[in-house]
Write a protein that binds this ligand. Structure first.
Ligand code: SF4
Ligand code: SF4
Length: 221
């Protein structure tokens, strides 16, 4: 899933400006941003509440509506709220960067204000804590590293073994984070598959990553 976090309310307010009497639409997403606890129904409700409180305090007379879409990244869902967007003066997206762009492309006449800072592709570790797991390199090779992505999960992105700084299984740079290579070692040891002398991993082919340019993926018909 895509991980993101809500921008500080002051940043969203600053993007909205101090125009009086405007109609604001806050649009969340029922998919990744709900699991991220950043842009689901509850966060939309809270943001509507906080913006309303700001409007009352500053006597701005804003009217604010909130809703969520099944997946903000798909235009077949963004199109469903065309009437709501038409009846608004400003739209705040609580979708990820892809969702916010899908809104911008569906409604080019509206300025879409991003309310989320999109971070990475990851997974929830426990409630409210999300760890990066994949950086979308375009050529997955985790079968060679015990199912652990050392590009995304090693702080130095090392591909040919640990840096040697790990302490008690934790990363030397981020002591609260597990050392990815310690995890690789532990898993291979548990499987009885530790090589005596590991084969060197050849240089990564980055042409399929973002370094190779904007990517388009075509799924099979
Ligand atoms: S090797 Fe590439 S595709 Fe596979 S998990 Fe890591 S970054 Fe993602
Ligand atoms: S301690 Fe482990 S995770 Fe941290 S940089 Fe070194 S090899 Fe990578």
């Amino acid at each position: 899933m895509i991980i993101g976090e809500q921008k500080p309310i002051q940043e969203i307010i600053s993007s909205l400006g101090d125009r009086e009497g405007i109609r604001i639409l806050v649009v969340g997403c029922d998919s990744c941003m709900t699991v991220s606890l950043a842009g689901g129904k509850e966060e939309v409700r809270d943001l509507v509440h906080d913006l309303s409180a700001h409007s009352r305090r500053e006597k701005l007379g804003w009217s604010i509506k909130g809703l969520t879409l099944k997946r903000q990244c798909e235009k077949k869902f963004t199109k469903e709220i065309a009437a709501d967007v038409r009846n608004s003066d400003a739209v705040v997206s609580l979708g990820c960067g892809v969702g916010a762009q899908s809104m911008s492309e569906t409604f080019p006449e509206r300025r879409i204000i991003p309310g989320i800072n999109t971070s990475n592709m990851g997974a929830p570790e426990k409630k409210g804590v999300f760890k990066e797991k994949c950086m979308g390199c375009g050529k997955c090779t985790i079968d060679t590293t015990a199912g652990i992505c050392t590009l995304a999960r090693c702080a130095k992105g090392l591909q040919n073994g640990p840096c040697g700084g790990s302490v008690n299984g934790k990363c030397e740079l981020y002591p609260e984070t597990d050392c990815a290579w310690y995890q690789v070692y532990t898993i291979l040891e548990g499987r009885g598959e530790l090589p005596e002398i590991p084969e060197p991993v050849p240089p990564k082919d980055w042409s399929r990553s973002h370094s190779g340019g904007v990517r388009t993926v075509k799924s099979k018909e």
